[in-house]
Design a binder for this molecule. Structure first.
Ligand code: FAD
Length: 465
């Protein structure tokens, strides 16, 4: 850990002592904007369901209708067809990150922990099985979902980092993973990325249209007995043996709940000292004809090794989705703001900076028409640990949050883990690093915003230790 990170940690720990006072001053408000992504645009016929009106009860009430919420509803209702399951979504299904992301179904974790062959192999096997399950669900229910599974690249932008990546790929192969290192010369001929010194290919990863995946599961879930209420924000949770959820037009008394609210979770009063939302900006090009494919047709996408990570994937239909790639590309808003609330001039500057990152990688992409621009909210932890588990005096508040931009696969795995945890049949998950994991505390406002701004300016990257 360098001096700056040590300073960050010490400052965060000191400022965290002010939670009892400062945490009360800065009240948070649930803010949800409309999903304007290319993925949402591909579900023009989706009609959201009714809101909850009146008072009701549930065995399990799930808050949030993204991958985490729907995967929990799916696996739980199959395991317990006799139980009453409600899903409450503030806006529409897939309105959050699940319907706004870069689309890559990735294996592994957002940040590699120190090598541990048994754990690393288990994590890969778990996420890979998670992608298998996504495919299986699509097939089983004939869901109209565009997806591909022909591999993604983790790209390295300096010779030194590429060399370290080569060693990492060797290690991964030695523990049985199918990943492989691709050197610069080989890469140039197969996936033209300017400035890439090498890459690790994971042939089992791919791309998924999250809005189609989540929204097309609605009738399946309803058929399995899940009651889905959209346009139903939950502003308040009152814990107890029976938990009370208050919504604008009704209440739910539930025996257990699931926090499936990722970047929005602090609005419910949970994990306020663990998670901070970052708003990331993305665009999509028009479908490119084969002559214009920029040499990107072979694999589903890539992400790079920069802290302000560039991530990009290409749909089966030929649309390139590209996000991040600049300090403007992902932003923390004061008091955990979960929507982009900048001016049109700021939006233009942000778009220009992301397009510049795209063109750095793809000089041939100049002039490619951009048809959609949007932003989405990630949930980050300072240590980049993902948090899945159960909490509360009555052990009935289940949660899976903090995917750190790596949740397309993992948030779909979450439903299986939480269902097993509810059943007490969770032995197989216990060796995973995100099972009941701990986290580094982050301070309340105004220290959080000030610390974030100071650190990002000094270090040039997002706070992390
Ligand atoms: C721009 C962007 C690019 C990304 N790219 C990738 C990628 O390429 N690969 C990858 O693996 N990961 C990526 N991610 C991360 C991934 O999309 C997320 O980790 C994952 O979608 C999280 O799913 P979720 O269901 O937990 O949360 P979300 O999809 O955010 O769903 C939470 C839902 O809860 C609802 N909600 C919130 N609060 C309340 C409340 N109080 N009451 C009722 N409803 C509420 C919200 O409206 C929302 O629909 C990206 C994320 C973003 C934002």
């Amino acid at each position: 850990m360098n001096l700056l990170s040590r300073g960050l940690l010490a400052g965060a720990s000191l400022a965290s002592r002010t939670w009892p006072v400062a945490g009360r001053i800065f009240r948070e408000k649930l803010e949800i904007d409309e999903n304007r992504s290319v993925w949402a645009a591909s579900t023009p016929d989706y009609r959201s369901g009714p809101p909850l009106i009146g008072d009701t009860t549930a065995d399990l009430a799930i808050i949030g209708g993204g991958f985490t919420g729907t995967s929990t509803a799916y696996h739980f209702s199959r395991r317990y067809p006799e139980k009453r399951v409600l899903l409450l979504e503030a806006a529409t299904l897939a309105n959050g990150a699940s319907g706004r992301n870069g689309g890559m179904t990735l294996n592994g974790l957002p940040l590699d922990p120190p090598p541990n062959p048994a754990v690393d192999a288990l994590v890969y096997a778990t996420t890979n099985a998670g992608i298998d399950t996504i495919e299986e669900i699509i097939r089983r229910h004939s869901l109209p979902v565009s997806y591909r599974r022909d591999g993604t690249l983790s790209v390295f932008t300096s010779a030194q980092r590429a060399e370290a990546a080569h060693a990492k790929a060797e290690y991964q192969r030695s523990i049985g993973l199918p990943t492989q290192f691709i050197d610069r010369a080989d890469l140039t001929g197969r996936f033209r990325l300017e400035g890439a010194h090498g890459a690790i290919l994971d042939p089992n990863s791919g791309q998924l249209n999250g809005a189609q995946y989540v929204r097309s599961q609605r009738p399946v879930l309803v058929e399995q007995g899940v009651e889905i209420y959209e346009r139903t924000p939950v502003p308040k949770v009152e814990e107890g043996r029976t938990i009370t959820l208050t919504t604008p037009n009704g209440t739910v008394r539930a025996q257990a709940i699931v926090l499936a609210t990722n970047g929005y979770t602090s609005k419910l009063g949970y994990f306020r000292d663990a998670l901070f939302p970052v708003v990331s900006h993305v665009f999509a090009t028009a479908p490119l004809d084969p002559a214009q494919q920029l040499g990107w047709r072979q694999w589903a996408g890539f992400y790079d090794d920069m802290d302000r990570i560039s991530y990009s994937s290409i749909t089966k239909e030929g649309q390139v989705v590209f996000g991040g790639g600049s300090p403007l590309g992902s932003v923390y808003n004061f008091n955990n703001g979960t929507r982009f609330n900048g001016s049109p001039a700021q939006a233009t500057r942000i778009s220009a900076s992301i397009e510049a990152a795209f063109q750095r990688y793809t000089p041939g992409g100049r002039g490619v028409p951009i048809v959609q621009r949007w932003s989405g909210t990630l949930g980050l932890t300072l240590c980049r640990n993902i948090l899945m588990g159960v909490r509360g005096e009555f052990r009935n508040v289940f949660y899976a949050v903090g995917y750190n931009g790596h949740g397309v696969t993992l948030a779909n795995v979450a439903g299986q883990l939480l269902t097993d945890m509810y059943s007490g049949d969770d032995e197989k998950w216990r060796g995973l690093p995100f099972y009941q994991d701990s986290y580094t505390r982050i301070p309340p406002e105004p220290f959080r915003w000030a610390g974030y701004e100071l650190f990002t300016r000094l270090a040039g990257h997002l706070p992390r230790y």
